[in-house]
Ligand binder design. Sequence first.
Ligand SMILES: [Fe+2]
Length: 208
Amino acid sequence: MPNDPAPDSVPDTAPVPGGGPCGRPGVASWCRRVRGLLTPDRWAHVVRVTELAERIARANRFTDDEVHDTVLAAVLHDAARDLPDERLRELAPPTNAQERAHPMILHGRAGRALAESWGVHAPRVLGAIEGHVAGVEPEDRIGTAVYVADVSEPGRGVNDDVRELALRDLPAAYRTAVRRKVEFLRACGKPVHPTTLEVHDSLVPDRS
Ligand SMILES: [Fe+2]
């Protein structure tokens, strides 16, 4: 998008090694900035999520603007994931006991705050960054594409069926991914984040 702020002073013509979406002008500088905050393994995950999110977006006939915002949100979604707990709490003050006990849950909201501080203002990009942890409204195409790509990228070794489904029917893949997460947490006896529960309970039943 022509109005995207330049994230840093590095010329945007220099590609990030590895090609893919990060090899493109307009994306490369964001990739460099995020890569500087993450471990190599985490960065490799971000690249896979970004590639898959773009495939999902194109397969579901997103507009060019939607594809652009999906790619940007995917690049940024885990920007705060490797920050120390204290920094997470600074960027995203906890709002409930679960968030206080497990600061890692804050990394979506903290990533949103980081992106805002870098000059990203598009609500649907910021919403997808925040919502990749606890979920987004089912009608949010960009948010659901990033959420599903995050939980089903091939490096996870799980949710291959969700990935395949997302390339045909993103809303159905999102419903499956959210239900699976809630079932998994309940089976482990772990608390479900209130937002996740809200999203889960709002999903219409699948007819199949
Ligand atoms: Fe992720």
